[in-house]
Design a protein around this ligand. Structure first.
Ligand code: PLP
Length: 521
């Protein structure tokens, strides 16, 4: 009977790492999107659990035959959809080690290193991002960080903490109201550009979530918030929490914190900042303008699993006053009212989250940060931004297109004219599965998002993507960029077309980052 012993574990483990290395090394050879129909796997796998175990070698075979063809390749540089989920070799290895240790660190004694490494990593990250000191776990102030699984979880937790804080305060301020009455009058605010996770946090947190209209640039302005809050107050409602976004999911717009923050602070409205993607850019001094006003936040989150080279899932969350979360969430409050010695260096993280058990996520953060170092992280982010700027230059060089917005490693563009042609273009590109992009809306118009993603995107991948976008546009419109009629296409024609017009030269340096020859090749 096949059963896994320690030697098979060694063999399988080594084979698995070899498989992943080959997969990642040769990922460009695969179409980024799979060629399967919904339900494909149901026809391939047995309907019931096998009565007897199988050897790992035959499981690997079945994996390659059945599972691999059904994957969308997120680590492919031809993946330009959503936001990235950029991982790294170091993170993959550390995740494997964490799985091997199998520790569950919900309180200090459950694995002291698990808790303490997390505190230290949250401070390293806070320093890397140059966060206001009030968020760090240090001797002054009450700041503190924790690793959550996702931005969605962090936002939900912020809403719950804000809600419980407000209920306590309001019960004292309004003895004439019942608690149920108070809870029924709570209101939360966000912009209509915020991630779906924010609206969901209102549903889960049983609090009215107002989606306020952002301005023409998708930015939520102070006036809009103030008007909504004052109206609600006049109607006897209780404004409780504002979730602002730095880097909206649609177009990577940044809510105006300098207008929103001081008003929230002055009006007892908890300010949470969702910087799921753009938070990584806080480590670049030339982008410090993005985080202006951050010190007004009560809590914030950013995903290391988007743009900081740590594999999914890993979301950093900070509080200005970490006692607020333990007050709101701890179920043994009397005991915890006495802050015991060393708590700030060894918090019981179970009080900072929804579930009891917790993964050893700080290990992959530590290994990744140590492997890369701050300088390499900054340079890699700058390189990704330069790749996006290269794509933007291509789009701008073609008069049939317009760039609607561009920031960090995201470029939003469309074909001039009716929405329907941009939509048709994207449909055609998606059907071919060579590159993967998704649409969004900007100022009421259909736009296409081009995002730099994948484990190791290079300049040649930008050329590849632009070639695909341009040649599909030629086909769709029947003419090329110079208005020349485009004959019926085969893939060889595509290559001829590409040579007709020289591609724009990339400038030597973007944002002060000289591109090395090896990157340009
Ligand atoms: C991706 C994203 C989220 C959701 O992130 P998860 O970690 O998957 O929950 C939330 N907010 C913004 C702005 C995002 O871009």
């Amino acid at each position: 009977m096949a059963n896994m012993d320690i030697n098979e574990f060694r063999e399988f483990g080594k084979a698995a790492i070899d498989f992943v290395a080959d997969y990642l090394e040769n990922i460009r050879e695969r179409d980024v999107l799979p060629s399967v129909e919904p339900g494909y796997l149901h026809d391939l796998l047995p309907k019931e659990i096998p009565e007897h175990g199988d050897h790992w070698k035959s499981i690997m075979e079945e994996f390659k035959r059945c599972i691999l063809p059904g994957l969308t390749h997120w680590q492919s540089p031809n993946f330009h959809a959503f936001y990235p989920s950029q991982t790294s070799y170091s993170s993959i290895v550390a995740e494997t080690i964490a799985a091997g240790l199998g520790v569950v660190g919900f309180s200090w004694i459950c694995s002291p290193a698990c808790t303490e490494l997390e505190v230290i990593m949250m401070n390293w990250l806070g320093q890397l991002l140059d966060l206001p000191k009030c968020f760090l776990n240090c001797d002054e102030g009450n700041g503190g960080g924790v690793i959550q699984g996702s931005a969605s979880e962090s936002i939900f937790i912020a809403v719950l903490v804000a809600r419980e804080q407000a209920v306590r305060r309001l019960k004292i301020a309004h003895p004439e109201l019942t608690e149920a009455d108070i809870r029924g009058r709570l209101v939360a605010y966000t912009s209509d550009q915020s991630n779906s996770a924010v609206e969901k946090s209102g549903i889960l947190g049983a609090i009215k979530m107002r989606l306020l209209p952002a301005d023409a640039d998708c930015v939520l302005r102070g006036d809009t918030l103030i008007e909504a809050v004052e109206k609600d107050k006049a109607n006897g409602l209780f404004p409780v929490v504002m979730i602002a976004t730095l880097g909206t999911t649609g177009t990577c717009a940044y809510d105006n914190l300098e207008e929103i923050g001081p008003y929230c602070n002055a009006n007892n409205i908890w300010l949470h900042i969702d910087a799921a993607y753009a938070g990584a850019s806080f480590c670049l001094p030339e982008y410090a303008w993005i985080k202006k006003g951050l010190e007004t936040a009560d809590s914030l989150n950013f995903n290391l699993h988007k743009w900081l080279f740590v594999n999914f899932d890993c979301c950093a969350m900070w509080f200005k006053d970490a006692d607020r979360i333990t007050e709101a969430f701890s179920v043994d409050r009397i005991y915890l009212q006495h802050k015991y010695q060393g708590q700030s260096k060894a918090p019981d993280y179970r009080h900072w989250q929804i579930q009891l058990g917790r993964r050893f996520r700080s290990l992959k953060v530590w290994v990744t940060l140590k492997t890369m170092g701050a300088e390499k992280i900054r340079n890699l982010l700058r390189f990704h931004i330069s790749l996006a700027q290269k794509f933007e230059a291509y789009v701008r060089s073609d008069s049939r297109f317009e760039v609607t917005s561009s920031t960090l490693a995201l470029v939003c563009f469309r074909l001039k004219g009716d929405d329907s042609i941009s939509k048709q273009l994207l449909d055609n590109i998606t059907k071919r599965k060579k590159i993967f992009l998704i649409p969004a809306f900007f100022q009421g118009k259909y736009i296409i998002r081009f995002m730099i993603a994948g484990l190791d995107p290079q300049l040649k991948d930008i050329d590849y993507a632009w070639d695909e976008v341009k040649s599909q546009t030629d086909l769709l419109l029947g003419t090329d960029d110079n208005g020349n009629k485009v004959p019926c296409k085969s893939s060889t024609d595509r290559n001829v077309l590409q040579k007709e017009k020289p591609i724009v030269e990339i400038s030597k340096s973007f944002n002060g980052l000289a591109l090395s020859n090896e990157k340009i090749q």
